[in-house]
Design a protein around this ligand. Sequence first.
Ligand code: ATP
Length: 526
Amino acid sequence: MPEKKLITHFAIFEAVFNFYTEFTIEKKPNNRPALPAGRSEVLDKIVSLAKRRGFVFQSSEIYGGLNGCWDYGPLGVELLRNIKEEWWKSMTYRDDVEGLDASILMHPKVWEASGHVENFTDPMVDCKQCKARYRIDVLSEMINEKKKTKALEELRNEIINDPVLVEKFSNAFKTEDPFSSVLEDKELSPKLLQEINCPQCGNKNSFTSARQFNLMFKTFIGPVEDTGSVVFLRPETAQGIFVNFLNVQSSSRQKLPFGIAQLGKAFRNEINTKNFLFRTREFEQMEMQYFVKPSDDKKFYDYWKDLRLQWFKDLGMTENKLRYHDHPQNKLAHYAKEATDIEYEFPFGWGEIEGIHNRTDFDLSRHEQYSGKSLKYFDEESKEKFVPYIIETSAGASRSFMAFLIDAYYEEEVKGEIRSVLRFHPKLAPIKAAILPLVNKDGMPEISQKIETDLRKRFKVFYDDKGAVGRRYRRQDEAGTPYCITVDTETLNDQTVTVRDRDSMEQIRISNDKLKEYLVNKILVS
Ligand code: ATP
């Protein structure tokens, strides 16, 4: 037999062997093994997979990257769009919520009224020796408990003769986190900073005193760069909703209670960007402001709190990795009457993915005050005019992306090999189905291409005819593709194809003409 033909035969044998032996693999369909030990290791693996498979790249990578900015690659952009699409559908495909897309640049007075010019600051310190810059709360997290206790003891000895400082000091011990409370106190902070070593260079007594740093990005509108032309890149999407409250209400003829939803970019000049997409300088938010009668605030706060957690669960996020973190009264933001964070357990610990706030009438009242325009609502039933209360649901699209990505990542042993798989909910999966001809002959490519063309009208699909079919499955597992459709010898006889399920790895045969309906039910209805 000529060598070329021998190779072709071997390739066919290998393809068929790989295809059928996956059935015999010892499978654990419902077993979701824990991620490998070592939390930073998990994050490293996901960051590397994200780059290798085209989910996320560092921004401007060829120039060394830009801190806190990321680019979404071909698979990432699909995942992100799917998350946003699911949010949009769940929030606006209802009769009491309208959509909006406000401009990123807004009148500078907006940010005075909102309190961002004055309050949207983080205290930070610099190390005079090595020039490292820390947000005070982050610095506190970087110091171990033993060193904290020692530093507090030294501070207490130093201030022992000053009754005012002693009182402040003992008040700090009534809080959950005395070290941070002392560090955030104007008078005690500089003294405590003297007792701490810089985590980067190890020097003591090297910190500047804490300075407030505004997190808004400034730019100029028009050709003249003077103070009169300063505008800000919005640090949240919410303000675009508040200032359009009456426009939307009157044009859509909505009555209370009703909401306005908006999706879009927000920018914060974060001092410490860390943990991949968790804290970035440019990110996307998915926010909804629900306008209610003041007496209905509690009812709707509870309603949205339940609904928003359920949204993450319905999209497959692991239940025991989600929790509420209710804000204690003494930690509430200046505008809030009640607030909770929906938190996800990231490999580095619990972190907020969405905030639910009862913002009272703070925002609309402030905009009335600063604009001089009435933002009151006239209630036709009671004939009263009043400023509505607002219940806010504020989620990060990019942060949710990261949580969905991490949550979907599993490694499992299949026949002595590690299989990495992204178990996305089918609605979120970047590619819904891959079409794989078992071999590139006997009419299989033609049938496969026909299936591809047909499915492409409905879904994002992928055609792959390169390499052994087992390896093609693995590539799709890693991309999170829920279904692989294989055209094989049987297809030629009975017009059936196999559909392989990503999670159980089980395959069923299905008639070609029922395939689309099958996938629609599995992907869009599930
Ligand atoms: P954090 O305390 O983590 O800084 P925050 O309380 O300031 O968050 P909000 O202002 O309530 O956050 O913003 C709503 C949502 O926007 C957050 O739950 C988060 O998902 C997202 N978000 C906020 N800041 C960032 C950021 N720098 N990078 C990515 N997402 C962010």
